[in-house]
Design a protein around this ligand. Structure first.
Ligand SMILES: Cc1ncc(COP(=O)(O)O)c(C=O)c1O
Length: 493
């Protein structure tokens, strides 16, 4: 008989019931080849004595394994290891569980760790001038919880918790037809809408539907680095086109289109990331003509269109005559909270169906509960009220941050007041090292980015996005005070 006393260890302090600890270990012994198919196990009384346990515990373990077909009860003989299991040669008497460590035994695609623009604060009291995040304190979270609860409590909605489409909830897609027509002038039906987990998923899916290895993709210089990383991951060769105070240089786009087969153009029409510029009306007109002339597929990332302060935002390319070439992407993450992941993609119906099938391969269906809750909040006007309220507050915060930067930091920084969005693109004097500045700021209780990700694939402008939306007036004033001291120290050094 095997030395079961040493081979089977049990621990009553564990959450896992003892009988399951025994059955798991017996499975291990079978898999290790120490218990062979057809061999008999000790009687339950004997094993219970060996293990100093109650006999009922051993019987429960045997019953469990019989029900899972690892063991068979043989009348009048006892319990044996199922005869039809494959025979395995034992390697050792020791436990042979491979602990998970750092490296895999097989080759796999190495995806670089994604940079985080401004890591979360180390302590709760730390101030953060982040990449341009909303203020979670203003989000309509009570209303959100109310709607989520109503979905859970109302039997009418229960089927939503079971079934759903990769394209997203029908109720939300219907509600969005009105929302997008009213706010962006889009001419669409629900067939042209796919709900995604944030704008980021939409960017990835749309690009994956279009790009193949070595395809040329035009992006801005600088550009939203997560988009660049995503296109490169799909095998694209990126062609960078300058972004200036009017947005992406459309003449440079045309030049590339006339000399190479361009597979896709990615652009951010409002509050470009990182520079915050909005594509001018003149360039939009020119670009639309280029898109039609070259049949150029475009991802128009309009991730924070809803937050525009200076005037009404210019309508997206997607609402103009683009000849069916524009995939329009937006998001609610800035309205509800960055971790309530609801975004959307607008495209021709066949493209939406294909994208939904692709999404289905990694995420079978959308988050029906959240999507129904959002549909209800769109219908009862909560989102609209929230946008009006937060736009007013964010505008004041933008103005305050710009005023403070101008009066406190003076010539050490250069920036243009952004027409919308949640951050100011601030270029620092070349004498200031942003990596050092970020390090020193951290020690003084302020988190800022160190800037490297803002010039991924582009020349550095020694710039930082300083998010104003998530800090109130007092916090903004405090944050700039810290920044001012550090900048002065750096300039003196
Ligand atoms: C330009 C741009 N596009 C897309 C996204 C992704 O947004 P979401 O949180 O909706 O995925 C971001 C994130 O802030 C962004 O800056």
């Amino acid at each position: 008989m095997l030395p079961f006393k040493t081979l089977i260890e049990t621990d009553k302090s564990l959450k896992l019931p003892v009988y399951q600890q025994i059955s798991n270990r017996l499975i291990g012994l079978i898999q290790e080849g120490l218990l062979k198919p057809g061999s008999f196990l000790p009687g339950s009384r004997v094993l219970a004595e060996h293990l100093a346990l109650h006999r009922k515990t051993v019987i429960a373990a045997y019953d469990e394994l019989i029900s899972q077909d690892w063991l068979e009860a043989v009348p009048r003989k006892g319990v044996m290891v199922a005869a039809n299991l494959p025979v395995i040669r034992p390697r050792t008497y020791r436990k042979t569980v491979t602990p998970y460590g750092e490296e895999a035994a097989f080759a796999f695609h190495r995806i670089p760790t994604l940079p985080v623009p401004t890591p979360p604060p180390a302590t709760g009291t730390m101030l953060v001038l982040n990449d341009g995040f909303p203020d979670a304190r203003l989000a309509p979270l009570n209303e959100w919880v109310r709607e989520c609860r109503s979905v859970i409590e109302n039997p009418r909605y229960h089927k939503l918790l079971m079934y759903g489409k990769a394209m997203g909830s029908e109720a939300l897609r219907e509600a969005m037809v009105k929302y997008l027509t009213d706010t962006r002038g889009l001419s669409i039906s629900a067939d042209h809408i796919m709900i995604t987990r944030g704008a980021q998923m939409a960017i990835y899916l749309a690009a994956a539907m279009i790009i193949r290895k070595d395809d040329y993709v035009i992006v801005g210089s600088p550009n939203y680095f997560y988009a660049d990383l995503c296109f490169e991951q799909l095998g694209a060769r990126l062609l960078y086109v300058p972004v200036d105070e009017e947005g992406i240089d459309v003449d440079a786009v045309e030049k590339l289109c006339s000399s190479k087969k361009i597979k896709m153009l990615y652009l951010i029409t409002h509050h470009h990331h990182p520079t915050t510029v909005t594509l001018s009306a003149a360039r939009r007109m020119k670009l639309l003509a280029i898109i039609r002339k070259y049949n150029l597929p475009v991802i128009e990332d309009d991730y924070d269109y809803d937050f525009h302060y200076s005037s009404a935002p210019i309508l997206p390319l997607a609402s103009a005559d683009h000849g069916g070439n524009v995939i329009y992407i937006g998001s609610f993450t800035k309205s509800l909270g960055l971790s309530i992941r609801i975004g959307f993609m607008i495209a021709p119906a066949s493209f939406i169906r294909g994208s939904a099938s692709l999404r289905g391969l990694m995420d079978l269906r959308g988050d029906n509960l959240s999507e129904q809750a959002l549909a209800n909040l769109l219908a009862d006007g909560t989102i609209d009220r929230h946008l009006k309220k937060s736009n007013k507050i964010y505008k004041e915060r933008r103005d305050l941050l710009c005023y403070l930067l101008q009066t406190r930091l003076g010539d050490a920084v250069q920036f243009t007041i952004p027409a919308g969005g949640m951050a100011v693109w601030v270029r620092f004097s070349q004498k200031i090292s942003l990596v050092k500045l970020a390090e020193k700021a951290r020690a003084r209780g302020l988190r800022i980015a160190s800037g490297e990700q803002y010039h991924y694939g582009a020349a550095s402008q020694n710039g930082l996005r300083l998010g104003f939306a998530s800090l109130n007036n007092k916090e903004l004033t405090e944050a700039v005070k810290i920044l001012e001291k550090l900048v002065r120290e750096e300039l003196k050094a």
